[in-house]
Each structure stands twice: as structure tokens, then as C-alpha cells.
Design a protein around this ligand. Structure first.
Ligand code: ASP
Length: 340
């Protein structure tokens, strides 16, 4: 076990004192989380963390290559309507994708935003990192670049996502020219996959990829393609990433902040919780309820380069995916607010 620094000890004591009112600390906190190598992801990344972990431990894969291979599973799965192929489209019915990534050992980054027709924006972001002197390409430029790099364009709008879009479109306004579908079901409008990985050598990488907010205004991008917001990685410390309301992760520089909190000595779970507290403090009044709680969901995931890991979410409920020597599994997330 590592020595607990005075700062961490004081911080933990404070968290214990706050536990009775804030629902913290989460019971799992007492369990030591220090088993490098390790991969963490949002809850939809269970298959992905298992793959990434296996690649790193059995094939000696680079942590970024492993994490990208992990998120590729969701990007290429038409049933995951929050990422890649089958992602829910914007208000016109056009699927646009965002992704960013960072490679700890080389301190490099790549990203694409508002990318159309390419199912694996994480790999296009990697190509931006590997083959250009830039960090972000957007829109048509990103698509043209991807095609020049050999990616094959395809229609990303699946029949299910098209029907969901149409159901949303026709139920918007009773006085427009669309006839409503009586059985139109409300559909979730967000989702993303984030994955962070640390190897046995303590090398760290992170990647986040998404189709963004469903039915978004064309041109809107969220936090996922923004380095420091949707993900961040510093090989001297660790990596973090976000899912949920992207605007809040952007306004707080959330993933950068979570890594900075780890650099200051916070445990990964505490770093995520502290970041959420900052998000709340930075939230506009119009997005707060009568009790001062944000009216949106947001989650952070973090790994320390020493193999500790953790995650936290605004409201009790979601789980996150972890793969370590103990296998791949879903674990409950710490949270700021219990569900009442
Ligand atoms: N963070 C994503 C975005 O704002 C959406 C999500 O994770 O739910 O685009």
C-alpha cells in the first residue's frame, strides 16, 4: 500500500465528515484500488476495457492503441446509439461524430469534430495526431482528411436511428406540418464512450468518442473532441475523461481539472468528485434546481499512473467499466447527490 500523504489524509477526513450530508464517501472507497495495469471506461465500455486490458497485458500494446481498440467496439456497434455507426443524428437527421485522444508517453494529442460518414472518429483523431502538425480538424476538412488517409465513407444513419429521429421530429410541435406518430417513444439524447488506460510501466493514454447530443443544432460540438474537457492525459500523473453534458465539462475544463486534482494528491475518485463540485459551482442559475443542484448528468473517470482508478457522477445510479488483474467488471460510481 502507498503511504497516505498528509494532504490526502486531510482530504479523506474531510470527505468522511461530509459523508452524512453528501452521501459520501462511497462504500467502495475503502477498497484499495491499486492494481496496475488498469483500464477504465464509461459503463458502455465493458467489452472495450476487457479488450484493451488484454492487448496491453498479453500483446504488450501501447495504451493508446489499446484504448482506441476498446472504443472501436462501440463505434462499430450499430446498437450503441451514442457513438459512431448508428449514433443518433443532429436536428437535420445527419450523424456527426466527435473524438479526441492523448498519448501520455509522447505528450501528443489529436481530435476531430463534426465528422460525417466515418464510423471510427477515434482512429481519425489518431491520424490527425500521427500525420499532421495540428490537434483538431473539423467538419468537411476532417472528412476530406480521413478519406485521404484511407478511411472509407459510409452512411452512419441506421434504420433504428432514422426512425428515432423521425419520432422526435414529428413530436416537436403539434402545429407544424408533420403528423405525430402516436407510438413515438422518448429516446435518450446523450451518451459517449470514454476510456483511459495505464500500463504496467505507468504509461497512460485516454480517448473519448461520441455522436454527441442527439438532435443537436448542426455545428454543435460537445466536450468529447476538446482536449482538457472530454479527456486529458499527463504521463506524469494520470488520465481522465468525461461523459454527460458536454457544455458543463467544457466550461469547467473538467478532464484537465480531474488530472490536476490527482497531481495535487487526490485519489482518482476524489479527484472526480472534486471536479463535479467545481462544475456545480460554475453552473449557471438557469440550470440549477431549487436546491442548487444541476439539472443534468455528468460523469468523470480517472486513472492514476500508479494504477489507482475511480469515477464519480452527479446523480447516484450509473456504473463504470474497469479491467484489471481482477478481470473486467462494472463498478458503482461515487456520486454527489443521492437519488431521492
Ligand atoms: N459529452 C457528450 C457531448 O456533450 C454527450 C454525452 O456524453 O452524453 O457531446
Amino acid at each position: 500500500m502507498p503511504e497516505i500523504s498528509r494532504r490526502t489524509f486531510l482530504h479523506l477526513s474531510g470527505a468522511v465528515a461530509a459523508a452524512s450530508t453528501a452521501g459520501l464517501p462511497h462504500p467502495l472507497r475503502a477498497r484499495p484500488r491499486r492494481t496496475p495495469p488498469v483500464v477504465v471506461a464509461s459503463g458502455n465500455g465493458l467489452r472495450g476495457v476487457e479488450k484493451a486490458y488484454r492487448m496491453m497485458t498479453e500483446e504488450g500494446a501501447d495504451p493508446l492503441d489499446a484504448a482506441i481498440a476498446g472504443v472501436n467496439i462501440q463505434e462499430l456497434d450499430p446498437a450503441d446509439q451514442s457513438v459512431g455507426l448508428g449514433g443518433l443524428p443532429d436536428e437535420r437527421g445527419v450523424v456527426t461524430l466527435d473524438a479526441s485522444l492523448m498519448h501520455g508517453p509522447t505528450r501528443r494529442a489529436g481530435a476531430v469534430a463534426a465528422l460525417e460518414d466515418i464510423a471510427t472518429p477515434s482512429l481519425v483523431a489518431k491520424a490527425v495526431m500521427d500525420y499532421t502538425d495540428h490537434v483538431i480538424l473539423v467538419g468537411k476538412g476532417a472528412r476530406d482528411f480521413a478519406i485521404r488517409m484511407g478511411f472509407k465513407p459510409q452512411n452512419l444513419l441506421t434504420e433504428q436511428s432514422r426512425r428515432d429521429w423521425l419520432a422526435w421530429k414529428t413530436s416537436l410541435n403539434a402545429r407544424d406540418n408533420w403528423l405525430e406518430w402516436p407510438d413515438a417513444a422518448a429516446k435518450h439524447t446523450d451518451g459517449t464512450i470514454h476510456m483511459s488506460a495505464v500500463t504496467a510501466a505507468g504509461d497512460v493514454s485516454s480517448v473519448t468518442t461520441t455522436s454527441g447530443l442527439a438532435w443537436k443544432i448542426p455545428g454543435r460540438i460537445g466536450d468529447s473532441p476538446i482536449v482538457g474537457a472530454g479527456q486529458y492525459c499527463d504521463n506524469a500523473t494520470g488520465a481522465a475523461g468525461a461523459t454527460g453534458r458536454g457544455e458543463a465539462a467544457i466550461q469547467s475544463c473538467g478532464s484537465f481539472l480531474a488530472v490536476e486534482f490527482m497531481r495535487q494528491g487526490y485519489d482518482p475518485e476524489d479527484a472526480c468528485l472534486e471536479t463535479l463540485r467545481r462544475v456545480v459551482a460554475m453552473t449557471e442559475d438557469r440550470l440549477l434546481d431549487e436546491q442548487g443542484r444541476p439539472q443534468f448528468g455528468l460523469s468523470f473517470y480517472a486513472v492514476h499512473k500508479d494504477g489507482r482508478y475511480g469515477a464519480a457522477t452527479m446523480y447516484e445510479g450509473p456504473q463504470f467499466a474497469v479491467a484489471s488483474a481482477e478481470g473486467a467488471r462494472l463498478e458503482p460510481m461515487a456520486f454527489l447527490y443521492p437519488n431521492d
